[in-house]
Design a protein around this ligand. Structure first.
Ligand SMILES: [Zn+2]
Length: 361
């Protein structure tokens, strides 16, 4: 432990060391952007700080993983103009980015840049390279008032159900790719692990696995953007359940068997693992982040509400009872209101979001 704490101090001193290294080896180290190298050190520092915080809190620490040349795939330039320049050839129709030590690189621009470019990241995904821009002073583009407030109930069977009873399907991109991905991973596993002796075929197999994962990520991201945009376009206020996906997906702890020393009872890990996979596949955290961003730029409100009893409360009469719900069916034991359980959840979310903003209901 003492040795590890010394490591952390070393990380803090690395910025000074970096300067020395650059002076000592101007050809291989000094030619790159100093700010960008510092940004990498900050990332490293953050990883170690997180590790020590978890050790201190008694959580499972997870030592930061060494990123060899095959895993190190993002370089960040913290400030446009410092070691990098977006749109470095403004008088040319071809958009380029200039990176210190590399030169001007042609960019295939997917979307127009809005606002002022602040940071530039260069990211490798398989054989593709991406430039990721973070901008500030992005102009807001308010949408006309829609006169509607909606609640959504996030699920796994359906991606979400809204308070009007409309289900949005969960496309489960990872499941659809499962067979192909398993085959690619099995093929990759046939190669020896020693990376120094990777053959051309080994590298191709690794690339193929990375490519399939990247495809799932892109499909999911695209789906999230589309669904978030549809909500923001149609509604002024969008309520959703405040979710803690970290807690939801945490693995259940081992459960010791009191009658049998050293043995463990089944802890439901298998069933929960299946649920975890669906939750992660649905990617709620990412979706809600996108939704919040789009809402902000469109002048809409997104309201996270207390999720307690949303599926057990009757939205007609307010009666709360566990027995109101039976799987997908909701039937109020007090007033006999009948509905789809997911719609009831979304309706209660809408009511709670409305309580925050009584003037819009
Ligand atoms: Zn009722």
């Amino acid at each position: 432990m003492a040795a590890q704490l010394e490591d952390l101090d070393q990380v803090r001193d690395q910025s000074v060391q970096l300067k020395e290294i650059r002076t000592f080896d101007p050809e291989r180290q000094g030619r790159w952007s100093f700010s960008s190298q510092q940004a990498t050190l900050r990332r490293l520092n953050k990883a170690f700080a997180g590790f020590f915080r978890r050790v201190k809190a008694g959580e499972k620490p997870g030592y930061p993983r060494f990123k060899g040349v095959g895993r190190f795939d993002t370089v960040t330039f913290p400030k446009d103009g410092d070691g990098c320049r977006w749109d470095s050839t403004p008088h040319d129709r071809q958009v380029r980015v200039r990176l210190q030590g590399v030169g001007h690189i042609r960019v295939h621009q997917h979307r127009p840049v809005k606002g002022r470019v602040k940071t530039i990241s260069v990211k490798r995904e398989g054989r593709r390279w991406y430039v990721v821009l973070a901008c500030d002073n992005v102009p807001a583009e308010p949408l006309p008032t829609a006169g509607s407030i909606v609640g959504i109930d996030m699920g796994t069977v359906h991606f979400f159900t809204d308070s009007n009873g409309v289900h949005v399907e969960n496309p489960k991109f990872l499941d659809k790719m499962a067979a192909e991905l398993a085959a690619a991973q099995q093929h990759l596993a046939t190669f020896p692990k020693d990376t120094r002796r990777r053959t051309k075929k080994h590298r191709a197999a690794a690339r193929n696995v990375a490519k399939l994962h990247a495809k799932v990520r892109r499909q999911r991201l695209d789906h999230h953007h589309k669904q978030a945009y549809a909500l923001v376009r149609k509604h002024d206020v969008i309520g959703h359940e405040k979710l803690n996906t970290v807690d939801l997906t945490k693995a259940p702890g081992p459960k010791p068997d009191p009658d049998n020393d050293g043995a463990f009872l089944p802890n439901g890990a298998t069933a929960k693992a299946g649920l975890n996979k669906s939750i992660l596949d649905a990617g709620w955290g990412q979706f809600l982040g996108i939704l919040a961003n789009k809402a902000e730029s469109a002048g809409r409100r997104v309201i996270p509400v207390d999720p307690r009893n949303t599926s057990r409360t009757c939205p007609q009469c307010g009666h709360v009872n566990r027995e109101n719900r039976d799987g997908e069916k909701f039937q109020c034991t007090a007033c006999d209101h009948r509905d789809h359980a997911d719609r009831v959840g979304a309706w209660n979310v809408k009511l709670r979001a409305g309580l925050v903003l009584p003037d819009v209901v």
